[in-house]
Design a protein. Structure first.
Length: 74
């Protein structure tokens, strides 16, 4: 069950696209490594953002490719 403290942030992050979501996740990871526990619930937020990052990557791969329609010329 998601924490009520991190749920609003993860709900907002769900709307982000891949490059932005990756940058936020990477920045929070570096901040958490440099200063442990500087951000409350940083580990939970990182797990949620990482999940959203992988989910957006999977959706991007699954996007249908449009094939050009072939019309016979007369």
């Amino acid at each position: 069950m998601p924490s009520p403290m991190t749920m609003p942030l993860l709900h907002w992050a769900r709307k982000l696209r891949y490059p932005t979501l990756f940058k936020i996740t990477a920045a929070l990871f570096v901040l958490d490594l440099a200063i442990p526990d500087a951000v409350p619930f940083a580990d939970e937020i990182l797990l949620g953002l990482g999940t959203l990052l992988l989910a957006s990557w999977k959706d991007r791969k699954r996007a249908p490719v449009e094939m050009p329609s072939h019309r016979p010329t007369r």
